[in-house]
Ligand binder design. Sequence first.
Ligand code: ZN
Length: 149
Amino acid sequence: MAVDVKLDDLYREVILDHYRDPRHHEPVKDPDVEELGYNPLCGDEITVQIKCDKKNCIYRIGVFGKGCSICMASGSILSELINGKPIKNATELVKTMKDLMHGRTVKDLEALGDLEALEGVKKFPVRIKCALLPWTTLESAVSKVKEKK
Ligand code: ZN
């Protein structure tokens, strides 16, 4: 029991760190795609911008907006994981994040860096939408990139 409490504290620290100091939290110059996400339940608003290179890599991502700590931290964690990655990996990560939030088994969670810190959110159904918003917004952005090609 005591161990669980400690882990929760650790995760809270990771989430707060991302909330206070969000990564890639500025607009991208000449983005290929910009997508807005809104979660009316909480009032979270997020913008995801991506710029891709010719090899279908997201070489620059911007995630910014206004929202609760879970949403903002999730967006920051997303940006760290996605920046510089091929679009294919981004699609896989979105799926992994959805699996995580819906309590499905996720392989190699430890390899996903700070994403693991969001696992505890699944215990709070009202916050799942907050955590998923940046990811579903990224998903729409990625499908727009694919349409363009
Ligand atoms: Zn929220």
